[in-house]
Design a protein around this ligand. Structure first.
Ligand SMILES: NC(=O)c1ccc[n+]([C@@H]2O[C@H](COP(=O)([O-])OP(=O)(O)OC[C@H]3O[C@@H](n4cnc5c(N)ncnc54)[C@H](O)[C@@H]3O)[C@@H](O)[C@H]2O)c1
Length: 339
């Protein structure tokens, strides 16, 4: 082990915990996973065995208390994040926390206050900023390559809806799914949204409606700098994960297409066709998951600010609450109404 390696404790060995554990173990030589915990002990044991993690702790608190740990990755269920951020901050550990920090702004504020008091680093898991396509779009806006931005369109559709049990605890489409798009909107334009108008519906699965949620939405964003944006969400696009962005500026536009498992085009007497896009976030955003952890580890190692801060974690939650309020009250909602 090199002296510069950052020692990582992982909390949660579910879908995203596994992805991050494998990244740290196999793709980031500058970091080392040293301990992992999950309330499902077997899940933690399996990830530990696959990734060569020496210790399986009994609880998240044991991971945080481990003296060999420099930084923790909080990859457990959303309802645990805020308390674990507070505990990790109090223990002086740097923190990477999956999105969202919480659904409650009061709990987020408590967590951010603990981070500030402790002076530790916090990065929130908005991985899409680290996707090479979207990073290039941001570069075009930031550098003025397409002039001043006027219009922004984000298309973000899942291949299939989550099970109703998940929907009930997810916080709803805006805090679970659109939250990534809210972050993307702020990131791409480099400015804050001041007003949101939502038209939403239940068109994919009536069970989602019975759980009090929506599965289809079009959200209009008004930025402080005048840019107008849309986010187009569906829980079901039958052709697969649809993740595209377009920005029109005074000097041109920039757009990204979907990512495909291959570039082959089949041409016959009847049709010209290609295979479907990469199916879901695990495949589509693989590179971004590695890039975001590399950035976090670098920030810790070099004692620099993290690229996605606690406030970057808070604002999309405000936007999600505003989007729901707009749908419920059928009117544009200013973010200042939320807090
Ligand atoms: N950035 C992304 O693209 C992305 C993708 C998926 C999930 N997420 C976020 O990651 C988090 C986890 O999602 P997931 O899909 O991996 O869920 P999951 O249910 O697959 O995994 C969560 C794991 O956390 C464990 N857990 C719950 N409470 C715990 C505790 N107190 N201590 C230790 N382990 C605990 C569960 O047993 C489970 O194994 C959620 O907040 C979700 O929003 C982010």
């Amino acid at each position: 082990m090199s002296a510069k390696q950052i020692r990582i404790g992982i909390i949660g060995a579910g879908r995203i915990g596994k992805v991050h554990a494998e990244t740290i173990a196999f793709r980031l030589p500058e970091a080392e996973p040293v301990v992992i915990a999950d309330v499902k002990v077997q899940a933690a044991q399996e990830v530990a065995a696959r990734c060569g993690i020496a210790r399986v702790a009994n609880t998240a608190e044991e991971v945080i208390a481990d003296r060999n740990v420099d930084a923790v990755l909080i990859c457990s269920s959303t309802d645990t994040h805020a308390d674990l951020v507070v505990a990790a901050a109090k223990a002086g550990k740097h923190i990477f926390c999956e999105k969202p920090i919480d659904h409650s702004l009061a709990k987020i504020d408590r967590a951010l206050a603990a981070v500030k008091t402790a002076g530790v680093k916090l990065q929130v898991g908005f991985n899409r900023r680290f996707d090479p396509n979207f990073a290039r779009v941001r570069q075009a806006v930031a550098s003025g390559e397409i002039g001043a931005p006027h219009l922004m369109h984000i298309i973000s559709r899942d291949p299939a809806p989550p099970p109703p049990a998940y929907v009930k605890v997810s916080g709803g489409i805006f805090l679970d799914m659109t939250i990534h798009d809210f972050d993307m909107a702020r990131f791409l334009i480099g400015d804050e949204v001041e007003e949101i108008y939502t038209a939403g519906g239940v068109m994919v699965d009536p069970e989602i409606g019975k759980a009090g949620d929506l599965d289809t939405a079009l959200i209009v964003l008004r930025f402080k700098n005048g840019v107008i944006g849309t986010i187009d969400n569906s829980r079901k696009a039958v052709y697969g994960y649809d993740q595209r962005v377009e920005i029109l500026g005074s000097g041109g536009s920039i757009a990204t297409a979907n990512c495909y498992p291959n570039e082959a085009v089949v041409s016959t007497a009847k049709e010209v066709r290609r295979d479907l896009p990469l199916n879901f976030f695990m495949e589509r955003y693989t590179e971004s998951f590695v890039n975001e952890l590399r950035a976090f580890v670098k920030a810790v190692a070099e004692d620099k600010p993290t690229p996605v801060t606690g406030m970057d974690g808070r604002i999309p939650v405000v936007m999600g609450l505003a989007a729901r309020k707009s749908h419920d009250e059928r009117r544009p909602v200013r973010l200042s109404e939320i807090g």
